[in-house]
Design a protein around this ligand. Structure first.
Ligand code: PAF
Length: 299
């Protein structure tokens, strides 16, 4: 049976009890408005752990624009029903002041929250386009890890750069093991995202251009194209709008992330894109070399 708590301290106690009994604890941190992509993370956690818990907290610290924060979709009852349908053990929520007791009950005093360095892999891409975003992510993820002390934590590849930042954070803390789960897509190719709920039918047709561009670049890779500019051009070639405002299209080598955007001839590449559409921010990414993914998975 799925339990739920509205106080993160209760979730911390629950997790401590589980660990005392020798159970492994899988953890899926989310901001709610759950979709099939989140449920894949939960299912993966259930396969690998004795118990699984999910947090739902729309973290104001990671939003640059208060409007984006206000408009972020929220539906806790539906979230609970979805988690119950896949047999998740615990859902917990909380207020900012509950996660951060150092605020002394006043959410305005966010300067009291200790800074957490999101590390070098936060540079560029989302780090460049969303001021303070990874600082906010690092603060809440560290606090969540401190509360739950999970054995394993699950993050979607949809937020690829975030998963790298979180890996570094987990390494610095000494826990948990981070599992990165491949992006779950609709049959059209559109990556599942909570923000898709804010798209109209017409916008959805435009949003599909993001994944179409990425898959066009993968097709080009398959036929031997290795030039970063040509591959980027293949992606941009699918972005026809209307209304799509592209923020970035970049190729990076996951093993040498800190080098920044790739140019010239490349041997490995993940393509990352972000765009705005009718006030909704969309992101997607894809490893262009499927054989590299297959090799990594059999490592
Ligand atoms: O990916 C998300 O939903 C959020 O960034 C996270 C990891 C739950 C932190 O608020």
């Amino acid at each position: 049976m799925t339990q739920s708590f509205e106080d993160p301290r209760k979730a911390a106690e629950w997790s401590a009890e589980c660990r005392k009994r020798g159970q492994s604890v899988g953890f899926v941190p989310t901001m709610g408005a759950l979709h099939a992509g989140h449920l894949e993370l939960v299912k993966q956690s259930e396969l690998e752990n004795d118990v699984t818990c999910v947090s739902v907290f729309v973290n104001p610290l990671q939003f640059e624009e208060s409007e984006d924060f206000a408009k972020y979709p929220r539906d806790i009852e539906k979230d609970f029903a979805l988690l119950a349908s896949v047999g998740c053990d615990l859902l917990f929520t909380g207020e900012l002041t509950q996660f951060f007791p150092e605020l002394d009950g006043d959410p305005a005093h966010t300067e009291r929250i200790q800074n957490v360095d999101p590390g070098p892999r936060a540079c560029g891409l989302e780090g460049a386009h969303r001021n303070g975003h990874f600082d906010g992510v690092a603060k809440i993820v560290r606090r969540l890890f401190e509360l739950i002390v999970p054995t394993r934590a699950y993050f979607g590849e949809k937020d690829y750069q975030q998963s790298l930042v979180v890996e570094d954070l987990a390494r610095a803390l000494g826990y948990p093991v981070i599992r990165r789960v491949p992006t779950f897509r609709e049959p059209s190719g559109l990556a599942y995202s909570s923000r898709n709920a804010r798209l109209s039918e017409a916008e959805r047709d435009v949003a599909i251009q993001l994944s179409r561009g990425l898959f066009a670049a993968r097709d080009a890779w398959r036929t031997g194209e290795r030039n970063a500019e040509a591959l980027t051009q293949r992606i941009r070639g699918e972005f026809k709008g209307p209304g799509l405002e592209v923020e970035y299209v970049e190729l990076r080598d996951p093993a040498r992330w800190e080098q920044g955007g790739l140019t010239g001839e490349v041997t490995a590449a993940r393509a990352l894109v972000a765009a705005r559409l009718g006030g909704v921010r969309l992101m997607d990414n894809l490893d262009l070399d499927e054989t590299a993914i297959a090799n990594r998975e059999t490592d």
